[in-house]
Design a protein around this ligand. Structure first.
Ligand code: C2E
Ligand code: CA
Ligand code: CA
Length: 439
């Protein structure tokens, strides 16, 4: 029993919890049902231990374990998955509301203070929740989603929070269905790449494009990458998709070089691939295949995914030695600390579009934008702004010293032929404007 149970609380331990979670995700898949996962963290546990001693700390752990037990139905599974962290698997729930009820019930039970000898202590917890398959159908990833929801709730001073999902509009069987179809979407030729221009602000010259993937599903129409990329990530298909994206973008960009000179092409790199040992080799052979010398490849990796992986920098460093640039995407949304940020092997910071679209109307967004620009320059990085939708924002960015802009104002993501036409039109237009200004 000691192998599967936590000695102090009698609940499942972390290892048996993950095995159970995997098994029940499998059942949910077979039966096309929902499963909810709650992660419960005792607030200020270190303080409780410090103030009242470890015996009291143990009593608190047992108390919380009991209350979690009281919330569980017979088919649910409770586990202690960390020092002061618990998890509850709720198989076959109807919907999110079900999980919310369990969260409320737990909060109510914990409202009664815990009495050990003479000291009544109120134990407070923060709860994070995630649903399968809406947030993930992969055990480790589902756990990460619930833990992320917990961290966000705590940061916002809330007692409980749900993982965010773009898939809320899809029914359960739709989601299981999409997972299946995604597996063969490349072979069926349903994946295409669109390109969105990046423009240098000092002279409004196009310097390259970001490659953005599109899925034209034969049975479902256009599926947004915000939906299918997370599905690919949690079902282990992301590496295949990324390699396809990389090769497609490099091939396309090798065709532009003849006519337009060296334009960079940026490919999005999911965080979990940034630590894979074989990544530098894969990138190098793709570059060799499509003509290393004429292509400037940029890999965009989100600030958030970098923060999860403190040990992944050697791989990024190796990739940079191939002449590939690294761009930190969605910058500003991940709260990385300055010291940490100094060590990231990067060439460009991309300010998240949530700040850029609001910078003219919201003081905080404007402050963050100019702070990021100054900071990045101090570390020798280029700054790009994404989500530039109007001329006033473009001007403001230029005044703040931002280097590169990307957004609907300049061009939407478009198929390769349209991008070439855009290059043509944009060049003659810019030439006209510059001539007019000079005259
Ligand atoms: P992202 O990397 O942050 O890409 C920028 C997103 O902002 C794109 O959405 C783009 O169409 C959109 N956008 C561009 N200009 C504007 C603007 O002026 N205003 C507004 N409101 N939005 C603008 P898209 O193409 O739907 O992609 C969404 C996300 O999906 C991407 O966010 C990226 O995280 C992911 N994604 C897309 N293609 C790929 C891919 O090939 N591989 C991977 N791993 N992820 C991808
Ligand atoms: Ca990007
Ligand atoms: Ca972005």
């Amino acid at each position: 029993m000691t192998l599967i149970n936590d000695e102090l609380t009698g609940l499942h331990n972390r290892r048996s919890f993950l095995a159970l979670l995997r098994r029940h995700i499998g059942y949910a898949n077979d039966k096309q049902t929902n499963l909810a996962l709650l992660v419960v963290d005792i607030d200020s546990f270190a303080l409780i231990n410090g103030a009242y001693g470890y015996d009291f700390g143990d009593a608190v752990l047992r108390f919380v374990a009991e209350q979690i037990g009281a919330v569980s139905r017979t088919r649910d599974y409770a586990a202690r998955i960390g020092d002061n962290r618990f998890a509850l698997i709720l198989p076959r729930v109807m919907n999110k509301g079900h999980a919310e009820l369990a969260m409320q019930k737990l909060a109510r039970l914990l409202d009664a203070p815990l009495q050990v000898s003479d000291t009544p202590v109120r134990v407070s917890v923060t709860v994070g929740a995630a649903m399968c398959p809406q947030h993930s159908s992969h055990a480790e990833y589902l756990l990460r989603q619930a833990e992320g929801a917990l961290a966000t709730a705590r940061l916002n001073g809330q007692r409980a929070g749900f993982a965010v999902s773009n898939s809320v509009d899809f029914s359960v069987s739709d989601l299981w269905d999409l997972e299946m179809q995604l597996d063969s979407a490349i072979q069926r030729g349903e994946m295409v790449m669109h390109y969105q221009p990046k423009v240098r602000l000092s002279d409004l010259r196009p310097i390259g494009a970001e490659a953005l993937m599109r899925w034209n599903s034969s049975s479902r129409g256009t599926v947004s990458p915000d939906i299918f990329i997370p599905i690919a990530e949690r079902t282990g298909q992301i590496k295949k998709l990324t390699m396809w994206a990389l090769n497609t973008a490099l091939r396309q960009s090798s065709e532009w070089q003849h006519e337009w000179g060296k334009l960079s092409v940026a490919v999005n790199l999911p965080g979990e691939l940034a630590t894979q040992r074989d990544l530098p080799d894969l990138v190098e052979s793709a570059l060799r295949l499509w003509g290393k010398d004429n292509i400037q490849l940029v890999l965009e990796i989100t600030e958030r995914s970098l923060m999860d992986r403190v040990h992944g920098f050697d791989i990024l460093t190796a990739i940079r030695t191939l002449g590939v640039e690294i761009s930190i995407d969605d910058f500003g949304t991940g709260y990385s600390c300055l010291a940490y940020f100094r060590d990231i092997p990067a060439d460009e910071l991309k300010i998240d579009k949530s700040f850029v679209t609001r910078m003219l109307t919201d003081r905080a967004s404007a402050d963050i934008t100019s702070l990021v620009i100054d900071l990045a320059h101090r570390f020798g990085l280029t700054v790009a702004a994404e989500g530039v939708e109007d001329g006033a924002t473009l001007d403001a960015l230029r005044t703040s010293g931002c280097d590169v802009a990307q957004g609907y104002l300049l061009g939407k993501p478009m198929p390769p032929a349209a991008f070439q036409a855009w290059l043509q039109a944009f060049r003659s237009e810019t030439a006209l404007t510059t001539t007019a200004m000079a005259g």
